[in-house]
Design a protein around this ligand. Sequence first.
Ligand code: F6R
Length: 620
Amino acid sequence: MCGIIGITGRVDAVDGIVAGLKRLEYRGYDSAGVVTGDGRALRIVKRAGKLENLTGALAEQADGALSASTGIGHTRWATHGAPNDRNAHPHTDPDGRVAVVHNGIVENYQQLKSSLGDVRFASETDSEVVAHLVARHLDEADAPDLLTAVRRVVADLKGAYSLCLVSRDEPDTIVVAKHEAPLIVAHADGVGYCASDVAALIAHTRDVSALLDGQIARITPDGVEVVDVDGAPAKPHDYHVSWDLEAAEKQGYEHFMLKEIFEQPQAVHDTLLDRHRPDAGGGSPRLRLDELRIDERDLARIDKVFILACGTSLHAGMVGKLAIEHWAGIPVDVEVASEFRYRDPIVDKNTLVIAISQSGETVDTIAAASHARDQRSPVVSLVNVVGSTLAREADGVLYTHAGPEVAVASTKAFTTQIVGCLLLGLYLAQVRGRMYATETADILSRLQQIPDALEEVLGLDAEITALAERYTDVDYTMFIGRHSGLPIAMEGALKLKEISYLHAEAFPAGEMKHGPIALIEPGSLVIALAPAGHVFAKMVSNIQEVRARGASVLAIGTADSAAELKDHADHVLALPEPPHELAGPVLSVVPLQLFSYRVATLRGEDVDQPRNLAKTVTVE
Ligand code: F6R
């Protein structure tokens, strides 16, 4: 959460910073700010609210007032202190000598503030103390430079942070520090850059370096110097970004969310690409997950799996549980990552942990995975963002290859995560000898039909829009499902509430009669996941129960269940039969994504930037 960008060496850094902040706004939009320096003074402009408030304020500045070749910017997701102008970043020391922008939480900020004595703070943030501390260190007898002063400060910081600082006295220098919050640095054509995410840098370069925890860097127009906290040279993680600027644009869609919903056939195609083939030496084709890096013999010994994730990724993990238990025969627990390390999970070297995350930067998931690694459990991350912290820190990684996901509400990341889970389930079955090679090959070839089936589902958009128009003002929506329909019911409810702010909940359909059915009254909407399959008859009974109590029912069926559903539901959406029952969720979530999107836009909500949310959650 919070987005950081810094540029040094450009004729006008502010334009580049604002363009970068635009791409980082998904990380938080409570306020935005920028600071530049010309060697005489630091000049700051910052405003509460979305980036457009900052750009409006910048436009009011006298011509050239902020122009400089070095500057840093920030877009905020508030943690400490209300989202107002005062708490907006950048923050400075009382003399305006040093300015800082920060992503994360300095957990010991109160203690650090007290250590400064009787000093006035201009904001309620945890971040401001960093500027004060750096300024104090700059005054030390050995007259340290900004890099050295920052090194001395981070030695005392506790918590998660990526920090970016400029000093009035070092006009062409930006210093950054990273611990448990992402920070990318780069240098191209005489310009040095840093940002929370490559999306902000992609217009300038695709060759970047991710700083590792504990690393500090000095960025100048001449290059990037990376050191550790003791000042010794350090090596960041260098990589090349495979997607380009065009992929990060809206390409004519009204919102990123809609674009990303419609990108799902391609995204799933890319996730499945080239997974089944002979090895370099020939032989018969097998399912290959090249980046997994965990010895097949170790995987064959696994007797328990934990899937750890948050939000939408957790729902994908619930489908993963069904796939792994069904194909590989290993017991699987799916757990909210933020809970895992605060209890006493029983994990050891025979427990495989699968950590699922679009961003690979969700701090709860990273911390849970690292807790499991401390108990010697192998960790596989199922991640979209290449080079992200989770991808780097896990023993093995399976990339979803969904391309950049910008909308806060996750869509294509989710469907590709489910496909990733199916691949992992099949792979574990393969290494454990639970499946004939022909069986694996058959399922994999059937999964290749998903992109075409997704295109067919997307063709229902007009029908779904008409339904959304009808239910735009519904007070309460309950989503119900069984087996692989349950995670999709949960995901459908999450999508609806996060972008339309309508009250929505999901329940296992069989649980209704144990309490939740009391909520149903005339006017309630129930969305029921009812594909053909082994739980269909039970779903029909549950639909009848809610209808008998006055609810309107929208049933999401499949070609083989739709005709029967028409006798029981007010509306039926007939999806194509999935190529495998466990692939059904990849298709059935799409109408729910579209329904939520259409309801939210009809209600006039800001779909790509829903209130109180941010895309990458780097605080606990
Ligand atoms: C909802 C959504 C969130 C994320 C969650 C985890 O649409 O996007 O619930 O799924 O914050 O994020 P990642 O997958 O980046 O770990």
